[in-house]
Design a protein around this ligand. Structure first.
Ligand code: NDP
Ligand code: MG
Length: 399
């Protein structure tokens, strides 16, 4: 039996991880964590029998305790609880599927406890990659990518010597606004941005995909995972989402990983690496597909992508500011408090005013996050939100 813990078990990646558990039958779930959805978490506890769970929201954790009083499960809450779930002694792999920078501390806690990480939570690598990657080497743990593009790159690099990639071709669907003008983007409503053409995902990453900030975060994620420079990562728009990414080698050979858009494949690959297992689901039918097309992303329309390159090239605390400003702005957009174009305006303004700290510690990263929120709040005169400091704020009024 493989033993796993899941941080963010009630979300899009979390529930699909549990679908893989259902299908494979030789994975034991030892610990789970969620933000506030105790209804679904209770169902998961009754089905998978973890010995430890965490609900971020303390009041909801109290309610859940009463609801599962008949079971042998310990219910914890808050950051301490999340860190406990991350380092729960039985688990060998921790799936990090929480959304946002809240993932940094639990990911570090899991690695300190010697766990391999199946990493979906890209925000952790974007902001703290310089801490996470050396720590993984020091502790002898593996960072197994769950993000579909990074799983594809990981698969293309299989059997190649270290640092073999000459260039990474990171594919992007282009999102729902591919081919639009900036002027058209001004009128985008929440409903429009939540409609992704090919993937069904959590709300935050769906908005990030529409702005292509997700791709910007992924360029930085790739830089850390595969030890390349920002300039070795090129974004290629491939609207059918069939090629999940490619690697170009020194001799000009290009390897690609293809498949139908289904996150269960990269999740399962991370959990069983280097083994491959049967996975049910649709297969690619090339004749039906007809063609696969490619284009460059429009830098004028998707300014968030260019800003990610600026942040990643400068490094230090600037990627944190890029990410924190985006988390803040997307939370506000999901609450219908700001317009669509304001998301990228907030990122740009926050980056412009920031004084970069090189090689920031976790505390300095979290401080840069806090300062970014404060800057945006004062600049846009937004009242401080009752939900503090993590992406959890978006749970205040949505869903
Ligand atoms: P969702 O919003 O669907 O799920 C987020 C999960 O995290 C939920 O279980 C939520 O709980 C939980 N959560 C949120 N805040 C906290 C907290 N403070 N403490 C504990 N749990 C918390 O997100 P996704 O699954 O879409 O994304 C998760 C991560 O994976 C993101 O970093 C995203 O970028 C990445 N990713 C996602 C992909 C996808 O296809 N969805 C693809 C590639 C990467 P609750 O339900 O109670 O709110
Ligand atoms: Mg992705």
């Amino acid at each position: 039996m493989k033993k796993i813990a899941i941080l963010g078990s009630t979300g899009s990646i979390g529930t699909q991880t549990l679908q893989v558990v259902d299908e494979q039958k030789d994975i034991q779930v030892t610990a789970l964590a969620a933000g506030s959805n105790i209804k679904l978490l209770e169902e998961q506890i009754r089905r998978y029998h973890p010995s430890l769970v965490c609900v971020w929201d303390e009041k909801k954790a109290g309610e859940l305790k009463v609801r599962v009083a008949d079971l042998a499960v310990r219910v914890t809450s808050g950051l301490e609880g999340l860190m406990e779930v991350a380092s729960e002694p039985q688990a060998e792999i921790v799936v990090t599927a929480v959304v946002g920078m809240i993932g940094i501390r639990p990911t570090i806690a899991a690695m300190e406890a010697g766990k391999d990480i199946a990493l979906a939570n890209k925000e952790t690598l974007v902001t703290a990659g310089h801490i996470i990657m050396p720590l993984a080497r020091e502790k002898g743990v593996r960072i197994l990518p769950v993000d579909s593009e990074h799983s594809a790159i990981f698969q293309c690099l299989n059997g190649e010597p270290g640092r073999a990639a000459h260039k990474i071709l990171l594919t992007a669907s282009g999102g729902p606004f591919r081919g639009w003008t900036r002027q058209q983007l001004a009128g985008v409503r929440l409903e429009d941005a939540l409609k992704h053409p090919n993937w069904s995902m959590g709300r935050k990453i769906t908005i990030d995909s529409s702005t292509m900030v997700n791709k910007g975060l992924e360029v930085m994620e790739a830089r850390w995972l595969f030890d390349v420079s920002m300039d070795q990562v090129q974004v290629v728009v491939q609207p059918q989402s069939v090629i999940h990414s490619m690697v170009e080698f020194e001799d000009g050979a290009v390897m690609a990983q293809l498949g139908t858009p289904d996150m269960k494949l990269p999740i399962q690959y991370a959990l069983y690496y280097p083994q491959r297992r049967y996975l049910s689901g649709e297969r690619l039918d090339f004749a039906k597909l007809g063609s696969i097309t490619f284009e460059d992303p429009d830098p004028e329309v998707f300014r968030g992508l260019k800003l990610a390159y600026d942040a990643g090239r400068t490094g230090g605390s600037l990627p944190t500011v890029y990410n924190a400003a985006n988390e803040y702005a997307v939370g506000r957009f999901l609450n219908r408090e700001i317009s669509y174009l304001t998301i990228v305006e907030m990122i740009e303004a926050a980056m412009e005013q920031h004084k970069v700290t090189g090689n920031p510690s976790v505390e300095q990263i979290l401080e840069a996050e806090r300062e970014t929120y404060e800057f945006i709040e004062s600049r846009w005169q937004i009242a401080e939100h009752s939900c503090s400091n993590t992406f959890i704020r978006s749970h205040c009024s949505d869903s």
